[in-house]
Design a protein around this ligand. Structure first.
Ligand code: IMP
Ligand code: MG
Length: 340
């Protein structure tokens, strides 16, 4: 289990940030590399009484000795990136691939005033769609052309593949979720790029034959922000009865809440090539399970749900998140990797 990719199985915001932070803390990979679209993603990490919201740097930063990388496929907004580097004190351990594409002010303006992107699609307004369009047209700036990023430039695929050659662990952080993939999601209500595990591997420069594990994160009650179809969406009153209320990390918009979608979960696990499932939010199914760390202590209701998820996806559930804090997790992986 040297190289692991973590991706979202539903519409994003499944709790990837927390799962990645846990895997980084526990498995101690030498490198944590971020793939995905760009600063439209917001990952939340709660650890040791502090809460972090990250849009550019990898959530694995909580493992203090890890090298942190941003893969060539990712769009970088230098302002957001530098703000995070300085507020989380990451200087000296974070690298940006020299080929990353740069989000400029004009991309953000276009994303925010375009009636189609902002109005119909419900984009996050972070400039990602217009920057990826410019990239496809070969009119975008690269990180190597950005003075502000000079000290961070590196070759991400080289660093990652060399770490693997030396037998070190590499954790790849995906962003967004399966349902908003440009290729497999609910087009046109999607983000500007594929969001599956293969894309994350390409983003950071790992060949498909070098991936050992793909962790697909599913939320017990999926959510969706922005526009677009959501087959299992519940009425607001029902969500209120279940005490579920969520707001987007990047935009602050209220998230739509839904029921477990067995069909989507199966399809998503298939295309992602999942080797294990991480299930989040089981404390919403049964609040008495909040913070539980041993499988035996979970209630029958939650155990039955875990069995249903395994049945639906045909993939073993190996991580069960019982609350937002990084330590609130049941880890069922057989061979736990210690002290790497
Ligand atoms: P864009 O990626 O900002 O262009 O937004 C396109 C669609 O994807 C909108 O519905 C957004 O709300 C959604 N989206 C983009 N990134 C994320 C994410 O990280 N989590 C959840 N939804 C997202
Ligand atoms: Mg998010």
């Amino acid at each position: 289990m040297l190289s692991t990719i973590v991706v979202g199985g539903f519409f994003g915001d499944e709790g990837k940030g927390k799962i990645i932070a846990y895997l980084a803390k526990h498995d101690k990979p030498e490198v944590v590399a971020r793939g995905g679209v760009g600063p439209n993603a917001g990952h939340t990490v709660e650890i040791e009484g502090k809460k972090y919201a990250l849009r550019m740097v990898p959530s694995g930063f909580v493992h203090e000795s890890a090298r942190l990388l941003i893969g060539a496929g990712v769009l970088v907004d230098p302002r957001v990136f530098k703000r995070e580097v300085s507020s989380f004190g990451l200087k000296g351990r974070v690298g940006v691939d020299w080929r990353c594409a740069i989000i400029e002010e004009k991309h953000i303006e276009e994303d925010r005033k375009d009636a189609y992107l902002k109005g119909k699609i419900g984009s996050t307004g972070s400039g990602c769609g217009p920057a990826n369009a410019a990239r496809a047209l070969r009119k975008v700036k690269q990180a190597k052309d950005e003075k502000e990023l000079e000290e961070f430039l590196c070759d991400v695929p080289l660093e990652i593949n060399e770490a693997l050659d030396r037998g070190k662990g590499v954790l790849v952080e995906g962003t967004q979720g399966f349902g908003i993939s440009l290729l497999y999601g609910t087009y046109p209500f999607v983000t500007s790029k594929d969001t599956t595990a293969s894309q994350m591997a390409a983003d950071v420069g790992i060949g498909p034959t070098r991936i050992d594990d793909v962790v697909v994160v599913f939320k017990s009650f999926p959510t969706r922000v922005g526009e677009g179809p959501f087959e299992t969406q519940m009425e607001e009153e029902k969500a209120a009865e279940l005490h579920i209320e969520e707001y987007g990390t990047v935009t602050g918009r209220k998230r739509r809440i839904g029921m477990w979608d067995a069909k989507m979960a199966a399809y998503s696990a298939m295309i992602n090539g999942a080797t294990m499932v991480a299930l989040s939010g089981v404390d919403r199914l049964d609040p008495s399970c909040r913070g539980v760390r041993e499988y035996e202590e979970l209630s029958k209701e939650v155990k039955d749900f875990v069995a249903k998820v395994e049945h639906d996806t045909q993939v073993p559930v190996k991580l069960i998140s019982t609350g937002p804090e990084v330590s609130e997790i049941v880890d069922l992986r057989v061979e736990k990797i210690e002290g790497r």
